[in-house]
Design a protein. Structure first.
Length: 504
């Protein structure tokens, strides 16, 4: 039976609960490593590790990886044991007690189970329970800053749906055992996002996802059973081999046919799952929110990055009105994505952060609607915000050539100029306007002093823009408008000052 959907309250404290369950279930499992306790411990570990995997995409602190790695040691060991125990169940279902093949397979499975129990006990003995208890306190606090059923998690669910959908298409083409197994894992990861972070969506499709996962899991179990029988020479003659092959094929075919029935035609479950997820416009916003959240953890001065991103937005829109850029939504999104991530490679030393930024962006989970080339493109634009751009090695371009490289240089020119406008990280520039003249472009920067050191840096930073667009650019300072205090506030301040004077 499918587990009930978690409530919003359970989700907020879900990681803490499941991390505590790991410790409780571990005590039960290590008594005799029976099938049910082993299964329950794996469920608890899977919950924790799947939450950590999702949170890493928005909150990339080292403890998520450490927690997942610590859990993986036990999870993998228990996985081999669980597979063996499930195989024993299938042997019992498909074979008669007096069947020689059943006896051989059972004997092999029992021996394997005994060996795997020893390995699982060893893995559990090495499990760092003290560190796990500390994480059970510290890591759930990091989830509380993210809204359950919020757009960020909806966007991640859509990314997982798209990935699983691609695996489905690959499996339908190849019909191979490996492709179906990969599809099962993809569906499982999609399901876990809803189960852990999207209770409302999980209510609508959670049961379907569980059924699909179970059916594909049974297909995999039968494949493992057949491979094991062949590898261990469980068949002494052709008749035994043929009989078992037909049994396994028949059971497997039932489940594959059931899956085909769910995914074919207009009522495909894939279309149903997509219908409960965000539309493309909402997905774009969710992607930007995820990237911004991820970057804010790595970036040592994210206030500066917010200003640079704002400058990029104003520059691009102004240049579009001046018909210098095409003003396509795709290029605008790519520019802002590069801007919000342009300093993720910085650290205390700050040396080599430009290349490090490019590499970190290349490692992000592929956002919905992005290709690998899109990710490379954004990484290169971010790489161009500072440093030597004229001789970037071909290896750092990763296949970005021709017109695409020219577009990257153009957007990089905008980002470089925007970054220079806040070179001192002090927010001196408060506004930007773009003006088109016959002989070029004038960018009016409110708050910039023309005779300042910052103005010199900005003048130097415009070179990439001028070369890539083939148009002269001048950045001129404009006096910032005086900050006017509303009359009501002035009266209130005056009365407070008078009250303070009377008190003295």
């Amino acid at each position: 039976m499918s587990p009930g959907p978690p409530s919003a309250k359970t989700n907020r404290a879900g990681l803490g609960y499941w991390m505590e369950q790991v410790l409780k279930e571990a005590e039960k499992a290590k008594q005799d490593f029976a099938p049910d306790p082993v299964h329950d411990l794996r469920v608890a570990l899977r919950r924790c590790r799947s939450m950590g995997e999702v949170l890493l995409t928005v909150n990339p602190v080292p403890d998520w990886k450490k927690m997942r790695k610590e859990g993986k040691r036990v999870f993998s060991s228990l996985g081999d044991l669980r597979d063996c125990q499930v195989m024993k169940e299938w042997i019992e279902k498909l074979g008669a007690v007096d069947d020689p093949v059943t006896q051989r397979l059972t004997e092999y499975a029992n021996a394997q189970e005994a060996t795997l129990k020893v390995a699982a006990a060893d893995a559990l003995a090495k499990f760092d329970t003290r560190q796990w208890e500390k994480w059970a306190v510290s890591l759930p606090r990091r989830i509380n800053r993210y809204k359950v059923d919020g757009e960020i998690f909806q966007g991640i669910a859509l990314e997982r749906w798209a990935h699983a959908r691609g695996l489905h298409q690959a499996a339908m083409r190849s019909k191979s055992k490996v492709a179906l197994h990969r599809l099962r894992i993809g569906v499982k990861k999609f399901r876990y996002v809803g189960e852990n972070f999207l209770p409302e969506i999980h209510k609508q499709i959670g049961d379907e996802l569980k059924q699909v996962q179970d059916v594909l899991g049974e297909v995999h179990d039968l494949d493992v059973l057949w491979d094991t029988a062949i590898r261990t020479h469980a068949y002494s003659n052709v008749e035994e081999r043929t009989r078992w092959q037909e049994r396994i094929r028949a059971e497997r075919a039932k489940r594959v046919e059931k899956y085909h029935g769910w995914v074919g035609g207009k009522n495909s479950i894939w279309a149903h799952w997509r219908s409960v997820l965000p539309d493309d416009r909402t997905a774009e916003r969710a992607t930007f929110m995820r990237l911004r959240s991820w970057a804010s953890v790595l970036d040592p001065d994210f206030a500066h990055t917010r200003r640079v991103t704002s400058y990029c937005s104003r520059l691009y829109d102004g240049l579009a009105r001046a018909e210098v850029v095409n003003g396509t939504p795709v290029h605008r999104r790519q520019l802002l994505a590069a801007a919000v991530m342009h300093d993720v490679g910085k650290n205390k030393k700050n040396k080599g952060h430009i290349k490090r930024t490019q590499e970190k962006i290349r490692e992000i989970e592929l956002p919905y609607g992005w290709s690998e080339l899109d990710r490379e493109f954004v990484a290169l634009v971010a790489r161009l915000h500072r440093g030597d751009w004229a001789n970037i090695p071909i290896g750092e371009r990763r296949g970005i050539q021709g017109g695409t490289l020219k577009q990257a240089l153009q957007l990089g020119g905008i980002l470089r100029l925007a970054n220079a406008l806040d070179r001192d990280h002090d927010g001196v520039v408060q506004g930007i306007e773009v003006e088109r003249r016959e002989n070029g472009i004038i960018i009016h920067a409110e708050g910039l002093q023309d005779s300042s050191r910052l103005a010199e840096k900005v003048a130097a930073a415009r070179h990439l823009f001028e070369v890539s667009y083939g148009i002269p650019v001048m950045v001129k300072g404009r006096q910032a408008a005086p900050h006017v205090i509303p009359l009501s506030r002035r009266r209130r301040s005056s009365s407070q000052a008078a009250a303070g004077g009377s008190a003295r």
